[in-house]
Ligand binder design. Structure first.
Ligand code: C2O
Ligand code: CU
Length: 473
């Protein structure tokens, strides 16, 4: 019998350890993150340890917590056998603190340190991960949640009794529970490096205990290399209160389920309206109902309900201090994403030369943005330039057979819905999930000067060309 397969996951519903939140560090600064090889107990607590790369000895790394308005200082110590950096995904920080090698800083060499100073303008659920050799460094376990808390009196408006934070990950392990080799061609040309073991906070098939009547704030982050999740919480119908850290007017999830592309986050409010002793499961069915599998079991304890009536609906959290885009004055741009298996891309420009798809593939490049492929991914071509302070409206067209969560650094943007979508109805995000053949429109004020990465967060797509630079000056 194969030790792990997605199929086993639905069947093997029992077992799993009680969820414990990763230890959270107080916001006493500076924090220290040390990246080093080590062992993780990914599969079962008493199973074979997995050799991984860890932050402070754990995968995921510690949950970093700080308060909105603070300056967070983190000293990163590289004890890996190769250079690294740390990117603070979703934080709008000065470019030299953004952790992109060469664009922001030289890579941190083995044995060296770098101190990040991060002004926390926005509250919300963010995360951190290296930006050097990302597919392998993130895929070996280097990632963690970064929670920027609202002032307590603001958070209290949600009426939550407690908070749970989950890093959802997808590991590719061999039969000895060791991380499978990186760099496969198929991972680049298809959907990315999919795994065979899904973990929540670094543990496979976990269970969470709930209490009847309680209200939980659930922060979920997709830290997987490639996998998009489509989560169903039935019989619960949680409220969605924030996406990629940014508050929205609370809305019921309803029947649609929750899409979380790689890099995306959601904050939910879950009222436990089940009886004591009941149980439920969170299901992922991103590949359709017949490939649904279990992410997590909920168990409602036998304790008497915390309250008889559900609390009042959660109030909206205040918006983060982002400048409002003005669509009437917007500069319009277009980004066309092409390539990959089953795509129609014939040729593209690389390093100033038109190259056939075959030659590109030989060079390990499978994707193009606006017909261009980076020759050197650490010196990517400039895709767009913006004048600081102006509203930008970008149409993102996915002309491929694959999903692409597209992430922009240094800014958050509004995702317009439909043709005449108004800013007022548009969610704020830093990563937008493009389904195959889907087009999205995003708008934002380019207010953060510098050269910023724009890339697919399927890290194998990024490494094989789906990335570029936008400049704000
Ligand atoms: Cu989460 Cu450019 O990365
Ligand atoms: Cu992609």
């Amino acid at each position: 019998m194969s030790l792990f397969s997605r199929r086993d996951i639905l069947v093997g519903a029992a077992g799993g350890a009680l969820l414990t939140l990763s230890p959270s560090l107080a916001s006493a600064t500076p924090l220290r993150l040390s990246a080093a090889p080590g062992e993780a107990g990914l599969v079962v607590p008493d199973g074979p340890p997995t050799r991984a790369w860890l932050f402070n000895g754990q995968a995921p790394g510690p949950v970093l917590r700080a308060r909105q308005g603070e300056m967070l200082t983190v000293e990163v110590d590289n004890q890996l056998p190769e250079p690294t950096t740390v990117h603070w995904h979703g934080l709008r920080v000065p470019v030299e603190m953004d952790g992109v090698p060469y664009l922001s800083q030289p890579p941190i060499k083995p044995g060296e340190r770098f101190t990040y100073r991060l002004p926390l303008e926005d509250a919300g659920t963010f995360w951190y991960h290296p930006h050097v050799n990302s597919s392998e460094q993130v895929g070996r376990g280097l990632h963690g949640l970064l929670i920027v808390e609202e002032p307590p009196e603001v958070a209290a408006r949600l009426g939550a009794d407690r908070e749970i934070a989950w890093a959802l990950d997808d590991w590719r392990l061999d039969q000895q529970a060791q991380i499978a080799p990186f760099g496969g061609f198929r991972d680049k040309s298809h959907g990315g490096r999919f795994g065979n073991v899904l973990t929540v906070n670094g543990t496979y098939l976990t269970r969470t205990d709930l209490r009847a009547g309680e209200r939980v704030r659930l922060r979920i982050c997709n830290v997987a290399n490639a996998q998009s999740f489509h989560l169903r919480f039935t019989p619960f119908d949680p409220w969605v209160i924030a996406l990629d850290g940014h508050p929205i007017a609370p809305r019921r999830l309803g029947d649609g389920g929750l899409w979380l592309g790689a890099g995306q986050r959601a904050d939910l409010i879950l009222d436990v309206d089940l009886d004591p002793g009941a149980s439920a499961r969170i299901i992922d069915d991103a590949y359709g109902p017949d490939q649904a599998f279990e992410v997590m079991t909920w168990r409602v304890s036998e304790e008497p309900p915390l309250r008889d009536q559900p609390p009042a609906p959660p109030e909206a959290l205040p918006a983060n201090p982002l400048p409002a885009p003005d669509l009437t004055l917007a500069r319009s741009h277009k980004l066309l994403f092409e390539g990959g298996a089953m795509g129609g891309l014939q040729e593209a420009m690389m390093g100033g030369r038109m190259m056939s798809m075959r030659d590109l593939a030989e060079a390990g490049r499978l994707w193009a943005i606006n017909g261009a492929v980076p020759d050197d991914i650490y010196n990517a071509p400039s895709l767009l330039s913006f004048t600081r302070g102006e509203t930008q409206l970008i149409e993102l067209e996915n002309r491929t057979a694959w999903r692409h969560p597209i992430h922009l650094h240094g800014h958050s943007f509004r995702v317009l819905t439909g043709e005449g979508g108004s800013i007022a109805d548009a969610d704020t995000r830093d990563t937008v999930l493009l389904q195959p053949e889907e087009t999205a429109r995003i708008a934002f004020v380019a207010d953060n000067p510098g050269k910023w990465m724009l890339h697919c967060h399927v890290l194998e797509h990024q490494a094989s060309g789906m990335m570029g630079v936008v400049e704000v000056s």
